[in-house]
Design a protein around this ligand. Structure first.
Ligand code: SDX
Length: 428
């Protein structure tokens, strides 16, 4: 196999090196293209064929439905690891031993306070504010109270920023939910596990003792693992490009939260449940929504279906679908929405339009059903996605900084007016 690619244009031949990854993926390295060709660039809307970086964090094979974090399969991690372990693995590259995991958790717990002044910022939001907008703002506001976490240069400063945000972000998530419920904004309990503490902060009722439900915590832990990273998706690419200007970790994460909010990305889990509820209200008429999804004149898409990379089943959707059955059974919940989802999936997988376009359920299709069963309000579903993706965003930001990657600045092809003389106002 050749280690070079040749581009021929206008009678000139240009050679570019081929980069081969550890899973035999191949890329043409065109970083000299513009210089050697006198100005040629490439263009690729949505970056469907363009790699932004070399990364050692997550590998996915869309054709085979494979997803691995640092070489470990998502199936094994979802079954055998816990979320804090996976966060450590993604960020630092290896599964932690007992001491490393304990020390990591202690460092996080020592940073779990959030400046009381932050509550004034949260208070300024109307209860109707979407939690993703609140969280993006609060994450950015954290910078003002943690200036040391801005332009980190040493490994120690980087580690400090990382444990700080892993500690404080769950508090902001809990406070955002509690504000909507009119509950007091308080803290969790450092004696609990990382995910159990998140659940307690979110759901402890003011006048009742917190009651641990192992099935709920295990389901939440697994969901967070399944959302933890996904290579160069829209929000992660946003974190990387904002981070490439050295704007700092918290500012990069705040931008990533905004990107995830979109219904074509992380916002899809909320849109899926709203779609399924609409179908239920419509008497379960899935055929009508299938027709809408296929109608080119209708902007409606079957939410939770399709994926930029997976042209096979999203392995996370398979795991979540199984978990949805188990959680509902464990909690004794009979949710008609699950049956509607399964019916819709069956229809879509047999429909030529979806088969031809290789549209399968993605991570967002079933996750909302579990979040509902866990008592999480629909508007908080994408926040739960952000909570899960936090370690992945951190890992990708850290890799970009440690690799000293240049500031991201794509080029363009200009299609506007050619030069023309200014016309004074009285002449227009
Ligand atoms: C996430 O990138 C990641 O890794 C993201 C993510 C992660 O973990 O970070 O996996 C999380 O964002 C999952 C995706 C959640 N979004 C949704 O479920 C929203 C619904 N899905 C679509 O909007 C769409 O499938 C995307 C956005 C996910 C992918 O869009 P692409 O890759 O740009 O594909 P496309 O728009 O070019 O579609 C190709 C064809 C088109 O039809 P034709 O023009 O070829 O006739 O498929 C059609 C599309 O109209 N199509 C759909 C569809 N998705 C694609 N038609 C109906 N319903 C859909 N859901």
């Amino acid at each position: 196999m050749s280690d070079k690619a040749t581009l021929e244009y206008n009678g000139q031949k240009y050679e570019f090196p081929i980069i081969k990854g550890s899973e035999d993926e191949l890329a043409v390295n065109i970083k000299t293209l513009r210089g050697v060709s006198g100005g040629l660039i490439t263009i690729d809307p949505g970056y469907k064929n363009t790699g932004s970086c070399e990364s050692a964090i997550t590998f996915l094979d869309g054709e085979k439905g494979v997803l691995r974090y640092r070489g470990y399969s998502i199936e094994e991690l979802a079954e055998k690891a816990d979320f804090l372990e996976v966060a450590y693995l993604l960020i630092f590259g290896e599964l932690p031993n007992k001491e490393q995991l304990e020390a990591f958790h202690v460092d996080i717990k020592n940073e779990s306070h959030v400046d009381e002044e932050m509550k004034k910022i949260l208070d300024a939001f109307p209860k109707s504010a979407h939690p993703m907008g609140v969280l993006s703002s609060l994450t950015s506001a954290l910078i003002a109270f943690n200036p040391v976490s801005v332009n980190v240069t040493s490994n120690a400063e980087m580690y400090g920023a990382i444990v700080r945000i892993l500690a404080k972000f769950p508090v902001l998530v809990a406070w955002t939910l509690r504000k909507k419920k009119g509950f007091p904004l308080d803290y969790g309990d450092d004696s609990l596990g990382y995910v159990e503490n998140i659940h307690k902060m979110m759901f402890k009722k003011p006048s009742q003792e917190y009651k641990k439900n192992k099935q709920v915590i295990d389901a939440l832990d697994q969901l967070l693992i399944l959302h933890a990273d996904h290579e160069q998706n829209c929000s992660t690419s946003t974190v990387r490009i904002v981070g490439s200007s050295h704007a700092g970790l918290f500012a990069s994460l705040s931008a990533g939260i905004s990107a995830l909010w979109g219904p074509l990305h992380g916002g899809a889990n909320q849109a899926v449940i709203e779609m399924l509820e609409a179908i239920e209200a419509d008497g379960g008429d899935t055929k009508k929504y299938m027709a809408k999804a296929k109608d080119k004149n209708d902007p409606f898409r079957l939410m939770g279906f399709g994926h930029r990379v997976y042209k096979n089943f999203d392995p996370r959707a398979k795991i979540i679908k199984k978990a949805a059955d188990k959680v509902l059974e464990d909690l004794g919940i009979d949710d008609p929405i699950l049956e509607i989802a399964k019916g819709l999936e069956k229809e879509a997988l047999e429909d030529q339009y979806f088969v031809d376009r290789k549209l399968y359920p993605n991570v967002d299709f079933y996750s909302g059903i579990i979040y509902r069963a866990l008592g999480i309000p629909t508007e908080m579903f994408t926040v739960m996605f952000a909570l899960g993706r936090l370690p992945g965003w951190i890992a990708q930001w850290r890799e970009m900084r440690l690799n000293n990657e240049p500031i991201g600045r794509p080029r363009q092809i200009y299609t506007g007016a050619n030069q023309r003389p200014f016309v004074n106002l009285d002449k227009r």
